[in-house]
Design a protein around this ligand. Sequence first.
Ligand SMILES: NC(=O)c1ccc[n+]([C@@H]2O[C@H](COP(=O)([O-])OP(=O)(O)OC[C@H]3O[C@@H](n4cnc5c(N)ncnc54)[C@H](O)[C@@H]3O)[C@@H](O)[C@H]2O)c1
Length: 379
Amino acid sequence: MPERVVRVGIVGGGLMGREIASATARWLHLSDLGVRPEIVAVCDPDPRALAWFERVRPTPRLVADYRDLLADESVEAVYCAVPHHLHAEVYVACLEAGKHLLGEKPFGIDLAAYETIERAAAPRLLVRCSSELPFFPGGQAVWRWLAERRYGRVLEVRSLFLHSSDLDPGKPINWKRVAATNGEYGVMGDLGLHVLHLPLRAGFRPRDVRALLTNVVAERPGSAGSPVPCDTWDNAVLLCEAEDGGDTFPLRVETKRIAPGEMNTWTIEVDGTDGSIAFTTKLPKTLRTMAYAPGGPQEWRVTDLGSQSAYPSISGAVFEFGFSDAIQQMWAAFLDELAHGRDGMRQPFHCATPEEVGVTHRLFTAALRSQRERAVVAV
Ligand SMILES: NC(=O)c1ccc[n+]([C@@H]2O[C@H](COP(=O)([O-])OP(=O)(O)OC[C@H]3O[C@@H](n4cnc5c(N)ncnc54)[C@H](O)[C@@H]3O)[C@@H](O)[C@H]2O)c1
């Protein structure tokens, strides 16, 4: 079958825009998927950000205004990675221009912005939110295990995403550390979908939340070197009562910018009466599982994971997997679903949906209220 080419525009040529361009450039890393992206246009108002994309082949059109990119009829789908206060404006413009959208999280700076985007999403357009960590081979193993309901009754779910560079009070301010551009959610908006994606995909739903939010570093060096306010939550610990088919259990969610020593550590652990599973990107080759039968031994098994994720790649199965591979696998899932439809996908794990993202917005909004009122708040 001939390969379908999807012509793509990137809006926001920063850290994540470059990751998607790189994943696209090494598409031959994947086994034939029947679909291939081609970046035909990139938009960023910062000429230094835009200049990097001159290295992309074939060279895309480079524009400073996203409206020029959206006016290009050859652009079929848009990957959008801009600061959070621009999500609603740019995502809605993409959808109104009739483009399929893979938008970065949190998919709106707040609940109202999310709802504005959600209303603009016509059924004929594929709209998905970026969340790549479940594409780690260990994330895929956890997802398959959850889908097969190997846990029996859930005892507890712990899901964490930890960064540490903000421990340094001398780290300069950036838009992610300012509520006006990053959002009142603070670290929850940055890291929250990553920890909630798999629990939500399993059908687990938080009923309520008691949030413990901390803003540890309240000022950071500004562009002139003098201190400016850093008014976002650094760390968030959310204790939720969650539900699975009528049974409730504790869902413990942590998103932290100040977790000493941690470098992008994503951890998911599920304990159940019939089985338990644990994976962390800190030990990216290691999957821990336990199957339990009443009266039987309680033995954890440790399995080495190789390189293979949702979509087969040319890497030997024994080799290692990394962040840029997860981005490429997520990008493949988006394009697979776009080209073949949900039911025709080459494998069944699709990207995060607007509905799933909506649950995260309602949870983070409840968490903010919980912090203000020092109370348990319904989601
Ligand atoms: N999935 C992940 O793992 C992950 C990791 C980091 C960031 N993100 C998300 O990606 C998005 C962008 O984050 P980033 O780290 O790439 O930020 P960044 O600051 O590195 O890049 C953002 C880019 O957007 C550009 N921009 C600003 N206004 C624009 C406009 N009107 N039109 C087009 N471009 C504009 C900026 O000039 C900048 O180059 C955010 O939503 C963030 O939460 C996701």
